[in-house]
Design a protein around this ligand. Structure first.
Ligand SMILES: Nc1nc2c(c(=O)[nH]1)N[C@H]1C(S)=C(S)[C@@H](COP(=O)(O)OP(=O)(O)OC[C@H]3O[C@@H](n4cnc5c(=O)[nH]c(N)nc54)[C@H](O)[C@@H]3O)O[C@H]1N2
Ligand SMILES: Nc1nc2c(c(=O)[nH]1)N[C@H]1C(S)=C(S)[C@@H](COP(=O)(O)OP(=O)(O)OC[C@H]3O[C@@H](n4cnc5c(=O)[nH]c(N)nc54)[C@H](O)[C@@H]3O)O[C@H]1N2
Ligand SMILES: [Mo]
Length: 639
């Protein structure tokens, strides 16, 4: 078999510029590079978009969104939260008025039933999975709902191997079984929810046998999950991209939230909902307002009092409407209504669905500045490249984990070459465009945020240190709130209970990219333990775990196509084609293939994926493409 070496990315150490896109980059001084950026943005003031970095600190994300809103006068600011958990935020907000996961990590150690739905946490959230393992050791039973028998599923009492994109039928069948078995929590439903009668009608057709037919999960396994979840004293429902990366991701999320409302498995210690976020600080990026619909502290832009508060603090006028999300910004590039992009710590040239289209759109921009720590594929498309310090270990500040815990991070190593902190670079550009912001350090940024976000007000740097991180909400500098959200739903006094949580009336809608005779295989994409996202930060290092990119096929399909491990095949979708070696994977059922996004320089998986996206959240259907596998003619096989 051919030995392939993942690409090693070069760390950026000084600014790079060029006059036209056909020229190679040349080294420039910071002065020259920043002047060029200021000019490029200035001439596109009315057509600007910003991508912020979910790996960098809260402070950096706060300044990034302030840059977009104050310097450029737009709410067009977003990050890779769009490509993963925007449906979780939208679904949780619609149900509970707040987009955060409801529980703390520790609670999973003290629960009775753990449902991992569309989440391969053993690979993708290994630290959280240590808490899961403790929970299992303490007696919790785990159920894994995933089309693949993943490494996570290996630890489960039961694996529900469903067909890709059939989560709503499965959730509805679980609900119907709970209702018919008399296990619905009537008292909670009456006290804390709305829309139950309609929901009951919605799920009624989803008998166990119909669900078995549609989802492929045996009726017996669905029934067992329903009884375990509803009877548990405390149950935790965790989900990730298997739920969200679909064209109906927000509906999927609502279907899962419904199960917690039906059984009262939310708002108590040990009972809750955990959308495990992807990046070290994607929770914080959104909390800081680096999203197009919220100001810092997750405060709605449409609320006039909120806008007024920020307008007077920042001495500016905030656009009274939502900005474009990442997906919409790409569409706007096509139309020409976004012509300049400031891309900080994102690699959309390789991470966007239908990446050939994304690259073509970025090429059409009048001006692209990329600020990164490595020379990425996206940076190669830019006019100016700015070298940043890494949010991790090279910068002071805070980040927020998916249990809403804000923690300090510190500068421990000296950044290479002339690399500068993201915040300082942005402030220097802001100054060139007429905004003189002075921040002595990260703490000064944090204190400005605290003064504007009630949920963060009580978190001084000293207190974060003292408590080794604090979960939001934290409105008081004296006390701490409970580790879980929404205990109000259990209040007997209706005055204190606040708004009830509505059941989501959501219907099954199969993946957009249908399989047929021409494209008979369902491709789903995701992660492996050994690599990170587009490989920029994990490429190049050697590990016995790493075997580069493969198209993983079930043993049955491999036999049917007559292909063996290591043999290169052509993988085609309705958008593109790649050549990839085969891996025969017993964890896959016939008709299902798996690829990662980790080695795009070897095999560009995202040239296959479909851009169809959730109309509420903008997240693309990375989890469901239709493909065909073809043997290569012998002459083309190069070894
Ligand atoms: N090692 C490692 N860890 C990472 C990352 C990394 O690149 N490498 N990336 C980080 C990021 S950005 C994120 S967002 C998280 C993502 O973490 P995860 O969401 O856990 O990772 P994925 O492998 O993308 O997808 C999870 C599972 O969804 C399943 N799935 C596919 N289609 C469906 C479906 O229709 N229904 C259901 N129920 N399941 C389905 C897949 O088989 C897969 O096992 O990981 C983070 N952690
Ligand atoms: N096929 C397929 N595609 C997917 C997915 C999938 O499941 N399948 N998942 C999607 C998901 S969940 C995500 S989150 C996206 C991820 O997509 P991206 O966010 O575009 O990909 P990354 O490889 O994580 O790129 C992160 C970049 O940030 C830079 N960086 C890191 N730290 C810093 C810092 O402190 N400052 C600056 N300025 N730069 C920094 C890194 O060098 C790197 O270039 O991919 C999406 N694409
Ligand atoms: Mo992600």
């Amino acid at each position: 078999m051919k030995k392939r070496q993942p690409k090693t990315y070069t760390r950026l150490t000084h600014p790079l510029v060029r006059d036209t896109r056909d020229e190679p980059f040349r080294r420039a001084s910071w002065e020259e590079a920043l002047d060029r950026v200021a000019r490029g943005l200035q001439r596109n003031r009315d057509a600007f978009g910003m991508f912020a970095c979910a790996r960098a600190t809260n402070e950096m994300n706060y300044v990034a969104q302030k840059f977009a809103r104050v310097v450029m006068g737009t709410n067009n600011v977003d990050s890779c939260n769009r490509t993963c958990h925007a449906p979780s935020v939208a679904g949780l907000s619609a149900a509970f008025g707040s987009g955060g996961g409801t529980s703390s990590y520790e609670e999973i150690e003290h629960t009775d039933v753990i449902v991992m739905w569309g989440s391969n946490a053993r690979f993708a959230h290994p630290i959280f999975f240590q808490h899961v393992l403790k929970g299992i050791r303490n007696g919790a039973r785990m159920y894994a709902v995933d089309p693949r028998r993943t490494s996570t599923a290996e630890w489960a009492e039961s694996w529900l191997g469903l067909n890709v994109g059939t989560d709503i039928p499965l959730a509805h069948a679980v609900a119907r079984e709970i209702i018919h078995a008399g296990l619905a929590n009537q008292a909670f439903i009456e006290r804390a929810t709305t829309g139950y009668e309609e929901y009951k009608k919605l799920v009624e057709p989803w008998t166990l046998s119909l669900a078995e037919k549609v989802t492929g999960v045996p009726a017996r396994a669905i029934k067992e999950l329903a009884h375990a979840y509803a009877r548990a004293e405390r149950a935790q429902l965790c989900w990730t991209l298997g739920i969200t990366e679909h064209h109906n991701g927000t509906d999927n999320v609502r279907a899962l939230i419904n199960l917690s409302l039906l059984t009262g498995q939310v708002g108590r210690y040990g009972a809750g909902l955990q959308p495990l976020r992807g990046q070290n600080n994607v929770q914080g990026g959104g909390d800081m307002g680096a999203i197009p619909n919220r100001l810092p502290g997750f405060q709605d832009i449409l609320d006039p009092d909120t806008r007024l508060k920020f307008e007077s603090a920042w001495d500016t006028v905030i656009q009274p409407h939502y900005g474009l999300n990442l997906t919409e910004m790409f569409e706007a590039m096509e139309e020409g209504s976004v012509r300049a992009v400031y891309c900080i710590g994102e690699n959309p040239a390789q991470s966007e669905a239908d990446s050939d289209q994304a690259v073509r759109r970025m090429r059409q921009l009048d001006f692209l500045v990329v600020q990164d720590i490595f020379l990425t594929k996206t940076a190669e498309l830019a006019d100016v490249i700015l070298p940043a310090t890494a949010g991790w270990a090279e910068t002071d500040g805070t980040t927020t984990s998916s249990e809403r815990r804000v923690q300090r991070v510190r500068k421990a190593v000296t950044p290479p070459g002339e690399a500068r902190e993201d915040i300082d670079i942005m402030c220097d550009i802001a100054a060139r465009l007429g905004h003189d912001w002075k921040y002595a350090d990260a703490e000064a940024v944090w204190n400005e945020l605290r003064s504007l976000s009630p949920d963060h007000y009580g978190m001084t740097y000293d207190r974060l240190e003292e408590h080794q991180g604090i979960q939001w909400p934290c409105p008081s500098t004296e006390e701490l709130e409970p580790t879980y959200l929404h205990s109000r739903l259990w209040e007997k006094d209706p005055q204190r209970r606040g708004m009830p949580a509505p059941f989501g009336i959501v219907r099954h809608d199969p993946p957009v990219d249908l399989t047929d005779e021409e494209y008979p295989i369902r491709l789903t994409t995701g992660r492996r333990l050994d690599s990170y996202n587009t490989g920029v930060q994990s490429g190049g290092f050697a590990s016995p775990l790493r075997r580069g990119e493969y198209v993983e096929l079930s043993p049955e399909d491999a036999e049917r196509y007559g292909v063996v491990v290591g043999e290169e095949v052509q993988v085609s979708s309705r958008r593109g084609a790649v050549v990839a070696p085969v891996w025969v994977e017993p964890a896959l059922r016939p008709g299902l293939a798996f690829m990662t996004m980790h080695f795009p320089d070897e095999v560009d998986t995202n040239s296959l994926t479909i851009e169809a996206n959730c109309p509420i959240a903008g997240t693309a259907e990375f989890k469901a493409s239709a493909i065909r596998i073809e043997k290569l003619p012998v002459a083309t096989i190069v070894r």
